[in-house]
Design a protein around this ligand. Structure first.
Ligand SMILES: [Zn+2]
Length: 220
């Protein structure tokens, strides 16, 4: 049999014999009740990001949407999977928070800076248009010697600006705008550092990302 498929099947067997039996009651309960996740987590498809592990969450707590570069097309731009996930999560599931999580070493951010790297991938190229405004902001911030970003790598600035831009796009979706107006929903932007496990958070309305564990507690 296919070597990779075999590896995946062996993983399922381990799940069935080791993991499931220990939590059978929880899984049975999850199947018998309507799901009630409190958060929609929008992350990059990068295989090194694990939203459930990062947040120490359990089955049923986090509704997850993943794509190249953790992007949210502005409403009406590309009505598709991401827009449908957002609308369903907010309007039907009633999630109370949406996280947009960017990350270090993101291939999508690298591709924005070096477009020739995706010259043979027209679909990826088209998708990256969702972050072009962030690229323009990042390049200007990086070029401004009097700015607040001295000696930072442009990709780090871009990664942050992309998350902030996608938070703006998120608010163009009627379901999100309505729920925020009714104070039923809040949003935040995160940057996850793959190598260190550090997570930095920008609550809605802030443009700086504060490391968790340093300074004033987030939301205080
Ligand atoms: Zn990425």
């Amino acid at each position: 049999m296919d070597e990779i498929l075999q590896r995946l099947i062996e993983g399922v067997r381990r799940f069935q014999t080791e993991v499931y039996p220990e939590q059978a009651e929880m899984f049975e309960r999850a199947a018998s009740e309507k799901q009630t996740p409190h958060t929609l987590f929008i992350a990059c498809a990068d295989s090194r990001i694990d939203p459930i592990a990062i947040t120490s969450s359990s089955t049923g707590e986090i509704f997850v949407a993943r794509n190249i570069g953790n992007m949210v097309p502005a409403y009406g731009e590309m009505l598709g999977g991401v827009s449908a996930v957002i609308e369903f999560a907010v309007s039907s599931l009633g999630v109370r928070h949406i996280v947009i999580c960017g990350h270090s070493h993101c291939g999508a951010m690298q591709a924005l800076l070096v477009p020739t790297s995706v010259a043979t991938m027209p679909t990826v190229q088209s998708w990256l248009h969702n972050a072009h405004a962030a690229l323009a902001v990042a390049e200007n911030l990086h070029a401004d010697p009097s700015g607040a970003h001295p000696e930072r790598e442009v990709i780090d600035i871009l990664t942050e600006q992309n998350v902030l831009l996608q938070m703006q796009h998120l608010k163009t979706h009627p379901s999100v705008a309505g729920a925020i107006a009714k104070r039923r929903l809040t949003i935040s932007g995160w940057i996850y550092s793959i190598g260190t496990g550090q997570v930095r958070v920008a609550p809605d309305g802030e443009h700086t990302f504060t490391p968790i564990g340093e300074g004033t507690p987030i939301g205080a």
